[in-house]
Design a protein around this ligand. Structure first.
Ligand SMILES: [Zn+2]
Length: 101
């Protein structure tokens, strides 16, 4: 058997760069579209598809709500970014009423 040289360092804990943000990382953009209706997707569900591995399915808020139970049963991971929808509405309200009324 071939031996692979391994070098080990015992230098104790290393410092790593950590990006700190109060905002959750946005992974879905306006380029991501609902698989059903083409509206902007706010939820991505990673669903096991047998030998194909994981398949990402994108849903708008409307269609995710419609099939939420089934999606939650089938999905391995769900990325829910519907908070962006609420922030968008809040931003729109601020734009409509810049004086805070
Ligand atoms: Zn949709």
């Amino acid at each position: 058997m071939k031996k692979i040289p391994v070098s080990s360092h015992d230098a104790g804990p290393r410092s790593v760069a950590v990006r700190v943000s109060s905002l959750a990382p946005a992974t879905l953009t306006h380029a991501d579209r609902c698989d059903r209706c083409g509206a902007r997707a706010y939820v991505a569900a990673m669903i096991g598809a047998g030998r194909a591995g994981l398949v990402a399915m994108l849903f708008c808020a409307h269609h995710f709500r419609r099939w939420e139970d089934g999606i939650r049963d089938a999905a391995v991971q769900i990325i829910d970014e519907r908070f962006q929808l609420e922030q968008g509405v809040a931003a729109q309200k601020r734009a409509d009423y810049p004086n805070g009324n």
